[in-house]
Design a protein around this ligand. Structure first.
Ligand code: PGA
Length: 254
């Protein structure tokens, strides 16, 4: 049975002291959990990654960056490279979150470059996709997600692709308290899996981890995680409260 993945995206929240306190609490809560535990990932702001990688054990919690530069190094003021992130002890980079796409105008071609650089430094990409409300209502949701997934990922070799986690996050469900229904989420996850099957074959499609994101919380996680094709969650707001995040992690225990 595939192990679930529960990832917390802290976005631009927490001071270093708050980040440490939150991580210490999650670490504490995780002791005492038995059963097939989900893979737990936290994605703090860049400034806290090294500290949190130092106080976590990847067998319990892995650390992710929320973004990286599409350049490797050099005169790119304000950028943070995948190489720097790799040196902190982080294991993952979230690529193409809808907030990056919308506010920082990141397109699929740039994101494909970021995916390549992430893999080059032996980090694992968590590649986000998802449609806006307008795109859903106008019936373009499948075309949009197909474009995001194929342009961002389908240049990869099968071996490189096997390292990628996909996160389906409908934009209208992010931070709104409006979760996709299990039918809506399952339908899109199945569609993404079909795209993967067409490109990389049945075994890659079975193995690829596809997370759902968008207002996941302690009350809905169990139902979402038991829905066909949903392999876990990418959690924003609810990952900032240790107790609630822990409830979500528990919902992923097999
Ligand atoms: P949310 O955010 O859980 O607060 O909706 C999810 C995300 O943006 O990854």
């Amino acid at each position: 049975m595939k192990k679930k993945v529960v990832a917390g995206n802290w976005k631009m929240n927490t001071t270093p002291a708050e980040a440490k306190e939150l991580t210490d609490k999650i670490n504490e809560l995780l002791k005492g959990v038995s059963g097939l535990r989900p893979r737990v990932i936290i994605a703090p702001p860049f400034t806290h990654i090294k500290m949190l990688a130092d106080i976590t054990d990847p067998r319990d919690i892995s650390v992710a960056a929320q973004n990286c530069s599409s350049y490797k190094k050099g005169a790119y003021t304000g950028e943070v490279s995948a190489e720097m992130i790799a040196a902190t002890g982080a294991k993952y980079i979230i690529i193409g979150h809808s907030e990056r796409r919308a506010y920082f105008k990141e397109d699929n071609a740039t994101l494909a470059t970021k995916v390549n650089i992430t893999l080059e430094y032996s980090l694992l990409p968590i590649y986000c996709c998802g449609e806006t409300l307008e795109e859903r209502e106008s019936g373009k949701l499948f075309d949009i997600v197909k474009q995001q997934v194929s342009e961002g990922l389908f240049h990869l070799t099968p071996d490189a692709f096997s390292k990628v986690i996909i996160a389906y996050e409908p934009v209208w469900a992010i931070g709104t308290g409006k979760t996709a229904t299990t039918d809506q989420a399952s339908e899109m996850h199945a569609y993404i899996r079909k795209l993967v099957e067409e490109k990389y074959g049945a075994s890659a499609a079975k193995d690829v981890i596809i997370l759902y994101g968008g207002s996941v919380n302690a009350a809905n996680a169990r139902q979402l995680f038991s829905t066909p094709h949903i392999d876990g969650g990418l959690v924003g707001g609810a990952s900032l409260k240790a107790d609630e995040f822990f409830e979500i992690i528990k919902a992923g225990i097999a």
